[in-house]
Ligand binder design. Structure first.
Ligand SMILES: [Zn+2]
Length: 304
C-alpha cells in the first residue's frame, strides 16, 4: 500500500562543484501507513482493532497506534499521551513527527481543540486554518537544530492545500459554523493567555489560539509530509469570557468530550481520510528541494 511513494529530491550543498548533487531520498525501510492523524484523543470507534508500534527515532522513541480506518491503514499518534498527561511544552515533537515519517506517512491530519479570540467563532465552531503565528519560545523548531546543516523551508502555504480542502469538504455538512480559513496563533503555555495578550493577538490578525501546532506543522514540512489542522473551538479566550477553565465542571475539556463534539470531529476526519488516500498533487513532497544549507545528515537521507 505504502510502497508507491513518489519522492521529492534533495539538492545537496554545493562545495566546489559547479552543479548541485541530487540525492534521492531512500525509500522508507518499513512502510506501514500513508496517512497519519495526530489527536488529543482517539475513541475506540475510531481506532477499532489496532496495534501499537514503538518507533525509534534520533530523538527517542514514540508510540504510534496503527489502525485500519474504513479499510485504510492509518498511523494514529496520541499527542498528549493516552492519559492526556504530556503538556504541550513537554511533547517530544521531533520524535513524534519523525516516527510518522519513518512509518511511511505522507499526509497528516491534526486535530487541535482550541480557544477563540474572534467573536465570530464561538465555542462549537470549527476552523480549518490557512496560516499561523508562532508565539512559542522554548521549543526545538527543526530536525536540524543539532547538525551542521540547517534549512529554510517555504511557508507560503503553511498548511497543505489538498488536506485543507479535504477537511473543509468533510466538515462542512457536519458543523453549523465551519470557517475554511483562519489564523492559528500557537502559544507556549502551559498557562492561559492574559487579556492584554489576547487583545494583541487579535490585533495581529489571529482568530484562534492553541499550544501544540508549532512545531508540528513545521516539522511535517521538513519531513515533506502534508499537514493541515481541523480545530474545534471549545472556549472563548481570556478577556472574551468571564473565566477560562481547563478541567472539571463547565470546563473546556468537559465541553469538548461530553457534548459529542469530539465524536463529530472524528467523523469529519474519517471522511477526509477517504479523500486523502488518493495520490497527492501538492508540493509538500518536494518541500526540501532548495531548502538545505549544508549537507543533509545521513540519518535524514537514509530515512531510518
Ligand atoms: Zn500536501
Amino acid at each position: 500500500m505504502a510502497g508507491t511513494r513518489s519522492r521529492g529530491s534533495i539538492v545537496s550543498w554545493r562545495s566546489s562543484s559547479s552543479e548541485p548533487r541530487v540525492d534521492r531520498l531512500a525509500p522508507v525501510s518499513r512502510p506501514v501507513a500513508r496517512l497519519g492523524v495526530i489527536s488529543s484523543f482517539f475513541s475506540d470507534a475510531f481506532l477499532g482493532e489496532h496495534r501499537t508500534e514503538l518507533v525509534e527515532t534520533p530523538w527517542g522513541s514514540a508510540p504510534v497506534d496503527v489502525a485500519s480506518v474504513d479499510g485504510e491503514t492509518v498511523a494514529c499518534l496520541w499527542r498528549y499521551g493516552r492519559g492526556l498527561d504530556i503538556a504541550s511544552h513537554r511533547i517530544n515533537y521531533r520524535a513524534n513527527l519523525w516516527a510518522l515519517r519513518s512509518l511511511g506517512v505522507e499526509r497528516v491530519v491534526s486535530q487541535n481543540a482550541i480557544g477563540s479570540c474572534n467573536p465570530a467563532l464561538p465555542p462549537g465552531a470549527v476552523v480549518v486554518s490557512h496560516d499561523f503565528i508562532d508565539f512559542t519560545h522554548r521549543r526545538a523548531r527543526s530536525f536540524f537544530d543539532d547538525t551542521d546543516a540547517w534549512v529554510r523551508i517555504d511557508l507560503t502555504d503553511p498548511f497543505c492545500p489538498e488536506v485543507r480542502e479535504a477537511l473543509t469538504a468533510a466538515a462542512t455538512p457536519l458543523f453549523e459554523r465551519l470557517a475554511p480559513r483562519g489564523v492559528f496563533l500557537c502559544g507556549e503555555g502551559p498557562r492561559f493567555e492574559t487579556p492584554a495578550e489576547i487583545a494583541m493577538f487579535r490585533q495581529w490578525g489571529a482568530d484562534i489560539i492553541g499550544t501544540p501546532l508549532v512545531p508540528e506543522v513545521v516539522l511535517a514540512r521538513e519531513a515533506e509530509m502534508c499537514f493541515a489542522s481541523i480545530a474545534p473551538v471549545i472556549n472563548f479566550a481570556t478577556g472574551l469570557t468571564t473565566e477560562v477553565k481547563h478541567v472539571g465542571a463547565g470546563s473546556m475539556v468537559d465541553f469538548y468530550y461530553r457534548s459529542g463534539f469530539h465524536d463529530r470531529i472524528e467523523t469529519a476526519i474519517r471522511s477526509a481520510l477517504r479523500t486523502l488516500s488518493r495520490e497527492r498533487r501538492c508540493r509538500c513532497g518536494a518541500a526540501m528541494d532548495g531548502a538545505f544549507h549544508g549537507p543533509p545528515p545521513t540519518w535524514y537521507t537514509t530515512r531510518a
